[in-house]
Write a protein that binds this ligand. Structure first.
Ligand SMILES: *Cc1c(COP(=O)(O)O)cnc(C)c1O
Length: 277
């Protein structure tokens, strides 16, 4: 790495806001603006028990005086996660559903049932992955930068969709969930659905998920600890640690040109570190 003079900078979206963390800030604020324009006082969205998205949504609801409803994947079995405890403390109403029901999270007929159940609300898809959220993520690309490559961790793909529709330099996505080719296809579909176009070369690499979504190998946790000690940059295991582990391995394998100036986007979500406790 050093003999190549390759450099790696990290865009610290995790430092943007204490509660409304990381890329979720860029996805949620435009949605809140739209909800207000449409006279909505209630926001509803979907996520798992450690969802950075629901966590940020609950924080936003409290800050802006909006009612929030979180539809949570999985029946409530044991004690609430620290993430959901925060959400409740910030006023979010939680609605637990089975994993099977949760699979219907994009199904309009379920949305109609939720409308009956909770009354009028502005629905934000899982991860904030709608047009407003994607367009909001365009602002993650710094103005007038001179990096040669941008790297993003991908869950729903909304963040990378925003980034590749505004970046002039190549973008590499690191898919944190299993599924060969899944996000490469899905992101292309998202762009098309929302009338956006890629302004750069881009690809999503699908072999750095380390066993699947929110699966952590001992090597990942070791990498995370070493990276934090060496750089002072805190990571979380679901997205940023996997992305940086991939960046370091790709660099060692000469994936990037020798003098590349890499910019990796840290998507925040540090609240999720508590899942390791
Ligand atoms: C949500 C999240 C991502 C993934 O963003 P998508 O837009 O869903 O692809 C990446 N990093 C962190 C820390 C996140 O919380």
């Amino acid at each position: 790495m050093h003999q190549h003079k390759l450099s790696l900078a990290i865009l610290r979206a995790d430092q943007l806001d204490a509660q409304l963390s990381g890329n979720k800030y860029f996805k949620l604020l435009p949605n809140i603006e739209l909800a207000r324009e449409q006279q909505h006082h209630t926001l509803l969205s979907f996520g798992g028990p450690w969802s950075n998205h629901l966590h940020a949504l609950a924080a936003a609801g409290q800050r802006y005086g909006l009612r929030t409803i979180g539809v949570v994947r999985g029946e409530q079995g044991g004690p609430l996660t620290a993430c959901l405890q925060d959400a409740i403390a910030w006023g979010m109403q939680l609605h637990f559903v089975s994993r099977r029901d949760y699979e219907r999270r994009h199904d309009p007929s379920w949305h109609a049932e939720l409308l009956n159940l909770f009354g009028p609300h502005y629905l934000i898809p899982e991860g904030g992955a709608n047009q407003a959220g994607i367009v909001g993520c365009q602002a993650l690309v710094p103005a007038g930068h001179d990096y040669t490559h941008i790297i993003v961790a991908c869950g729903t793909g909304a963040t990378i969709a925003g980034v590749i529709s505004s970046s002039r330099v190549p973008v590499t996505g690191i898919q944190v969930l299993k599924g060969a080719g899944y996000l490469q296809c899905h992101v292309a579909a998202l762009l098309q659905l929302h009338g956006l176009q890629a302004s750069c070369d881009w690809q999503v690499l699908d072999d750095w998920h380390g066993g699947g979504y929110a699966r952590f190998t001992p090597q990942l946790l070791e990498f995370m600890q070493r990276f934090e000690t060496d750089t002072g940059v805190p990571l979380e295991p679901v997205y940023s640690a996997k992305m940086l582990q991939a960046v370091v391995a790709l660099t060692a394998a000469d994936h990037f040109p020798p003098a590349a100036r890499l910019l990796a986007i840290h998507g925040g979500g540090l609240q999720g570190r508590r899942s390791l406790a």
